[in-house]
Design a protein around this ligand. Structure first.
Ligand SMILES: [Zn+2]
Ligand SMILES: [Zn+2]
Length: 287
């Protein structure tokens, strides 16, 4: 049954992981759709992690069989949609850095016929996605995590809301690249972490090839510095903005999303709606 615009609005979450594919995902696809239907959403995009280590973990299978496995989250969600519109996406990462990109609008066929796109540099990969009518959105481009050494361990368990509060109260807290910081920690430089320190996980990349940026990410395992996000938006008004939940577990459900004025019929229409800036509202949750 086709949903029509209502006072409530047509809500979509474009950043969703399932336990069928993403090792960090906690919820099977058929339950993800149930949760989002119950939360009043109209559609979700399944964006399981697409990166080299995942495909390597599948062993010696031919590429087609690996893609059969990769698409399982999306296909099971679509088959058990609970009335939701389910779109196909991926959270793409190449082998250069740990930065992530949501790619929406590709066909299943594309995945089968373009093996190992994670080996491409961003420029080549994004051009290829664009040639196939997709949009590329950098996920959490300003992602950081607060860490502190206490009781003999590196505490990484701060919630996003706590990190934001800490940043407001201590704007001068040191920021260190994640890999650099972890390397220092491994080498025994624990003193550096006696007081909380921000470790930077992501940075804006390949901006001239992006279509959009995820300015709000509802996941509570990290945060984005609001000042950096504001700077990015101001410097790059050409990029459209999305909010998402980055759903991995029940507590992430419906913490973010976008409102569209109509229901895209398919992946191509979704990509086109985003490209032509049809988003009317970003949904956020600070609770
Ligand atoms: Zn994940
Ligand atoms: Zn994600």
């Amino acid at each position: 049954m086709k949903q029509e615009p209502s006072a409530k609005g047509l809500f979509f979450d474009l950043h969703i992981h399932t336990s069928a594919v993403s090792r960090c995902g906690m919820i099977p696809p058929e339950d993800v759709t149930g949760l989002y239907a119950a939360a009043g959403y109209t559609g979700i995009a399944i964006t399981d992690h697409f990166f080299k280590a995942y495909f390597d973990s599948l062993g010696d299978l031919p590429w087609e069989a690996k893609i059969d496995r990769y698409l399982e989250g999306y296909r099971r969600a679509k088959q058990n949609s609970h009335g939701l519109n389910v779109y196909l996406g991926m959270e793409y990462r190449n082998t250069c850095t740990d930065d992530d990109f949501l790619v929406l609008g590709l066909t299943e066929e594309f995945f089968y016929t373009h093996p190992e796109t994670y080996l491409l540099p961003w420029e080549k990969a994004f051009d290829l996605f664009h040639q196939n009518d997709a949009v590329v959105i950098q996920a959490h481009p300003c992602r950081m995590r607060l860490v502190q050494y206490s009781n003999g361990r590196l505490n990484k368990d701060f919630l996003g809301i706590e990190m934001l509060r800490y940043l407001r109260e201590h704007p001068g807290v040191p920021r260190i690249d994640w890999n650099e910081g972890m390397e220092k920690f491994r080498q025994g430089e624990t003193e550096l972490f006696r007081s909380p320190v921000f470790l930077r996980l992501c940075s804006p990349r390949c901006i001239d090839r992006l279509d959009g940026v995820e300015v709000y990410n509802g996941n509570q395992n990290w945060m984005q510095d609001p000042a950096e996000v504001a700077w990015l938006c101001e410097e790059h008004p050409e990029l459209f903005r999305i909010s998402s939940s980055d759903f991995h577990a029940v507590q992430h459900c419906a913490r973010g999303g976008i409102e569209l004025p109509f229901v895209p019929e398919n992946d191509r229409e979704l990509a086109s709606a985003l490209r032509s800036r049809k988003i009317v509202r970003l949904l956020t949750s600070r609770a």
